[in-house]
Design a protein around this ligand. Structure first.
Ligand SMILES: [Zn+2]
Length: 214
């Protein structure tokens, strides 16, 4: 089973992906991590991507797909695509590639969250100046300083409200066409991201048909 994870920044995609990996042995593919890995390896492709990013441009669809194909070509496990596809062209390329290998994207799981909730989550994040630990001002045990090292906490530059709103706009522009693309194929499965991590996970299991018979 191959799934694409869609959701606002702060919707908990990473957390839910980890839970799927832990319980069902999915392979979690984060394109950001793959790209960093390829650059670190110093392959010709990695160097090309690095030069592109260094010149202030985004890696092209072709580059990203080449990296992705390398990562999944011998993968036997189910795959969770996180941070990919970002464009319809990428979604089509992924479908083509998987079809050539006798498989497909089985579901696009959309972790839905209201804009107000996303803004609240992003702007309530605080980071330790000393050790980088991440806190949420609404979480239990929040003390206003780092619980691990006692360091002072700060708001990351792109977590302020203006930047958060900008990220929301970018997300809408980028993701809405993808949601529609997967809806047309009958593959978009929305879950309510405002619930607890456990409840969201149960919903994901249900929409993927994983919880049956347990
Ligand atoms: Zn700290």
């Amino acid at each position: 089973m191959n799934i694409v994870l869609l959701g606002f920044p702060g919707a908990g995609k990473g957390t839910q992906a980890e839970k799927l990996v832990g319980k069902y042995n999915f392979r979690h593919i984060s394109t950001g991590d793959l790209i960093r890995h390829e650059i670190a390896l110093g392959t010709p492709l990695g160097k090309e991507v690095e030069a592109t990013i260094d010149s202030g441009n985004l890696a092209s669809d072709e580059m990203i797909i080449s990296i992705l194909v390398k990562a999944i070509k011998d993968e036997k496990r189910s795959v969770i695509f996180d941070g990919f596809p970002r464009t319809i062209a990428q979604a089509e390329a992924l479908d083509d590639y998987l079809a050539q290998h006798g498989t497909q994207v089985d579901a696009a799981v959309l972790i839905r969250l209201s804009e107000a909730e996303v803004l609240k989550r992003i702007t309530s994040r605080r980071i330790c100046k000393e050790c980088g630990a991440v806190y949420n001002i609404n979480a239990e045990g929040y003390s206003g300083k780092c619980n691990k090292c006692g360091g002072a906490l700060y708001i990351r530059h792109d977590d302020d409200e203006q930047s958060a709103r900008h990220r929301l706009e970018v997300f809408h522009k980028e993701t809405q066409p993808l949601i529609e693309y997967y809806e047309r194929g009958g593959k978009c499965k929305a879950v309510d991201g405002s619930k607890s991590i456990e409840k969201v996970f149960e919903e994901i299991e249900a929409v993927l048909g994983l919880s049956k018979g347990e």
